[in-house]
Design a protein around this ligand. Structure first.
Ligand code: NAD
Ligand code: UDP
Length: 312
């Protein structure tokens, strides 16, 4: 039988790719988005009379969807660190009120719920690499806390619905993901670096660039989400690429790929709580989902260049 999925935040970066994949799998997709950080271009390119419908709605307001729903996916939340100071209250509201409304929708429809959580729940981690049992090191009042604590609250709320109402809940702890359809000006490192390299401007290394991240190409992430949705994993699962790079190494890779001689320059950190090391342990995803990333950084970055060239 044809599956029907509601994707909150489906007009954003990951939402675009997940909606595309699920439409291709023959699923019927209903996107709910208020375009806080999503784009009308994504929505227009996704919308198809028989497979994908777009509804403009803020999920902080209760919502109803006509007809059966098999899955509810909650991607709705501004996700760039630049947004943490730009729209802090909106982030906390969408993580709390928005998640609550979407859980109620799933409960009402008898649907499985998937929450897009984040590696940020681990804060500035003292355990490395991060496995799901690690409870994190988050500064409650720091500049990143609106997102970190919002996402931690959302996980707790999802777990409460699973325990109290036996709602099937899947929680993806997503690590840094990149690819085409990222907004060129959203402030995240991959978009910033490629755009600046193409403009011939030095790539800015916040705090000197010795902090690490691991970068997952979006098609790999979407494949992990697709498997998780259909799994019976009833506790959080890390989804990310375990290849760890310093930000300075990422800058070198981008400069090499684009043939740019713009170089790098050191800049102050945006947030003092900027995590120093981040890398997922993905053993649980391997075991439960048979999933691991396939796209290496150089290949993924190459796929992004034509997309960002449009904005330069
Ligand atoms: P994005 O900003 O491109 O997408 C978020 C989408 O949610 C946008 O379309 C936005 O308009 C929508 N949205 C925000 N507030 C809303 C509201 N109140 N009502 C309805 N829609 C709303 O970001 P993304 O990178 O695609 O991230 C998607 C999800 O994945 C987010 O929840 C994010 O926290 C999570 N995540 C992303 C990454 C990453 O590296 N991209 C890493 C970890 C977690
Ligand atoms: N960063 C950087 N230059 C930039 C943008 C980001 O050095 O132009 C650093 C940032 O300080 C962080 C890392 O790159 O340590 C990843 O930043 P991003 O905003 O992509 O996501 P985060 O992992 O911090 O949520």
């Amino acid at each position: 039988m044809r599956q029907r999925v509601v994707i909150a935040g489906g007009a954003g970066f990951i939402g675009y790719h997940l909606s595309t994949r699920l439409s291709h799998e023959g699923w019927s997709v209903v996107i709910v988005d208020n375009f806080a950080t999503g784009t009308h271009r994504n929505a227009a390119e996704l919308e198809q009379p028989d497979t994908c419908r777009v509804v403009t709605h803020d999920v902080c307001d209760p919502l109803t969807v006509e007809g059966p729903v098999d899955y509810v996916v909650n991607l709705a939340c501004p996700a760039s660190p630049v947004d943490f100071s730009r729209v802090p209250v909106e982030i906390m509201r969408v993580c709390s009120e928005g998640t609550l409304n979407l859980l109620e929708l799933a409960l009402h429809k008898g649907a499985t719920f998937l929450q897009a959580s984040t590696s940020e729940v681990y804060g500035d981690p003292e355990v490395h690499p991060q496995e799901e049992s690690y409870t994190g090191n988050v500064n409650i009042n720091g500049p990143r806390s609106v997102y970190d604590e919002g996402k931690r609250y959302a996980e707790a709320l999802c777990t409460a619905y699973a325990r109290k109402y036996r709602l099937p809940v899947r929680i993806a702890r997503i690590f840094n993901t990149y690819g085409p359809r990222m907004r060129a000006d959203d402030g995240r490192v991959v978009s910033n670096f490629i755009v600046r390299a193409l403009q011939g401007q030095p790539l800015e290394l916040y705090g000197g660039g010795q902090q690490t991240r691991s970068f997952c190409y979006v098609s790999d992430l979407v494949d992990g989400l697709f498997r998780l949705l259909q799994s019976d994993a009833d506790s959080p699962v890390n989804l990310g690429n375990p290849a760890e790079y310093t930000i300075a190494e990422l800058a070198d890779a981008v400069l090499k790929l684009t043939g740019s001689d713009a170089g790098t320059e050191d800049k102050p950190l945006l947030h003092r709580d900027d995590p120093k090391r981040r890398c997922p342990n993905i053993e649980r995803a391997k075991t439960l989902l048979g999933w691991e990333p396939r796209v290496v950084l150089e290949d993924g970055l190459e796929q992004c260049v034509p997309w960002f060239r449009e904005f330069v």
